[in-house]
Design a protein around this ligand. Structure first.
Ligand code: NDP
Length: 454
């Protein structure tokens, strides 16, 4: 079915948190730019009717980005609702009726992974899987073995080209720009290698906790929640070889090659932390050892990167909310004074807005031998009219364009990298909310210390 325009969108989990926060606003945005003209069928088991779904959709867009009366009106006319437990085949027979002869529906599973298999099975039994495409939300598995099992199940029903695995970081303009910037400027690539790059740091900090999602988070933790997916995607965009073209499969091939070069993580390269107070969060086990912070160090065994440490840090209840990459170059020699200038660097901010900065040393007026570090800065503040990640990804799924979705081999390789350090493979250290994580993380950090984004 790939590259065929879909003629219906079904989204399972219509009453859920993700639908409320992201999917309805994305659907309204698609309707606004005329990219949504097919029936949109919400499915859940709350005992609702269509009017309640519409009210929920309205409330969702009002709270997340604002109501656009015209666009919402168009979305509202397209909405349908099917109520029923996913265990009940009758709900899927009802869905088939609502699809009203659609030949190429997209089924978007915004539901807990524990019910994925049940839904695949019912889609197949009811005939709803025929000619269809499926979109699955992370987490795509819980570890390597379960990711492989999920892929086997998916492939027993759908072809790989009809499976769209969402990692919303791939839909972010700022993440796509890492590649665009690297390969559209001839001053970057010649120095993008071990001879010039001293280290790479990727930091994803959040200044909030689990925000009422304790029972979800306590089965997940930082490694599964953001490292295995989002942060390894950022890393592969920073480290991949120049692709010989922009075709989807070529880009996916070069991305997965980066992961092939990473050895499975060893416990001594990982420090886990948990913020003080996490165990008192609703839904969290009082003796939980799940990490809300992780710091790790890895190497890519390739001609380009051998010997260059890549450091990743992610955590909740840190001082700010930002995701940044710092590519630090080697220090230049001392020519104008006895002490060498500080190392130059490239800094990429991927959330909340786009920044690309080059740290450069410039002469201070008056003094012949003194300088200061300044940044050459490209700054794109958040633009409310810019396509959001979910809008772009849902639009792509309807069109059948899978360029910004993860391929099976990538997902399995990323699990292979982290599989050996999941759960209690390493101790968890407590840290103060508002700090940069446990002091133990310093031991595996870069010489000179971690870079803390402002
Ligand atoms: P919620 O628990 O909020 O919602 C789950 C949805 O699935 C509800 O609509 C629920 O219906 C429905 N559901 C669950 N079991 C059944 C069943 N047996 N039969 C019928 N309906 C069922 O989950 P989220 O929206 O938070 O998450 C959904 C998916 O998206 C998960 O895989 C999650 O990991 C992923 N995700 C979520 C993010 C978020 O910010 N929330 C971010 C990124 C990914 P009902 O309400 O009627 O029970």
């Amino acid at each position: 079915m790939s590259q065929t325009q879909a003629d219906a969108l079904v989204f399972f989990g219509a009453t859920g948190d993700l639908a409320y926060k992201k999917i309805f606003p994305a659907l309204q945005a698609l309707a606004k730019r005329g990219a949504l003209n097919v029936p949109v069928v919400g499915v859940a088991k709350s005992g609702w009717g269509l009017d309640q779904l519409k009210a929920r959709a309205r409330d969702s867009v009002e709270k997340h980005g604002g109501l656009d009366a015209d666009a919402f009106g168009r979305l509202s006319n397209l909405l349908r609702y099917v109520d029923g437990d996913y265990g009940d085949l009758a709900a899927f027979e009802q869905l088939r009726k609502e699809l009203d002869g659609a030949k190429h529906p997209v089924h978007y599973l915004a539901i807990p992974p524990s019910v994925f298999e049940l839904v695949f099975d019912q889609l197949q039994k009811s005939g709803c899987a025929e000619g269809a495409r499926v979109v699955v939300e992370k987490p795509l598995g819980h570890d390597l073995a379960s990711a492989q099992e999920l892929n086997r199940t998916l492939h027993s029903i759908f072809k790989e080209e009809d499976i769209f695995r969402i990692d919303h970081y791939l839909g972010k303009n700022t993440v796509q720009n890492l590649l665009f910037f690297r390969f559209s400027n001839s001053f970057v690539e010649p120095i993008w290698k071990r001879q010039y790059v001293q280290s790479v740091q990727i930091t994803m900090s959040e200044n909030f906790g689990v925000q009422g999602r304790g029972s979800f988070y306590d089965h997940t933790g930082a490694i599964r929640d953001v490292v295995q997916n989002h942060l390894l995607q950022v890393l592969t965009n920073i480290a991949m070889e120049p692709p010989p073209g922009s075709e989807t499969e070529i880009l996916r091939d070069v991305r997965v090659m980066v992961l092939h070069g990473i050895r499975s993580l060893r416990p001594e390269d990982v420090v886990r932390g948990q913020f003080r107070g996490y165990r008192q969060e609703p839904g969290v086990s009082p003796d939980s050892t799940v990490e809300t912070f992780v710091a790790l160090r890895l190497f890519i065994n390739s001609w380009r990167w051998r010997g260059v440490p890549f450091y990743i840090r992610a955590g909740k209840c840190l001082p700010n909310t930002v995701t940044e990459v710092l590519v630090k170059l080697y220090q230049p020699p001392a020519i104008f004074c006895d002490v060498a200038p500080p190392a130059n660097y490239y800094r990429f901010r991927v959330t909340p807005d786009l920044q690309i900065a080059v740290g450069a040393y410039v002469k201070l007026p008056g003094a012949d031998d003194q300088g200061e570090m300044q940044e050459l800065l490209i700054n794109h503040p958040e633009d409310p009219n810019e396509m959001g990640a979910y809008e772009e990804l849902l639009g792509d799924a309807l069109k059948g364009s899978n360029a910004h979705f993860a391929r099976q081999d990538y997902v399995e390789e990323s699990w292979r990298v982290v599989d050996s350090v999941l759960d209690n493979a390493t101790p968890v250290h407590e840290y103060e909310p508002g700090s940069w994580g446990p002091a133990e993380a310093d031991a595996i950090g870069p010489p000179g210390g971690w870079y803390n984004p402002k």
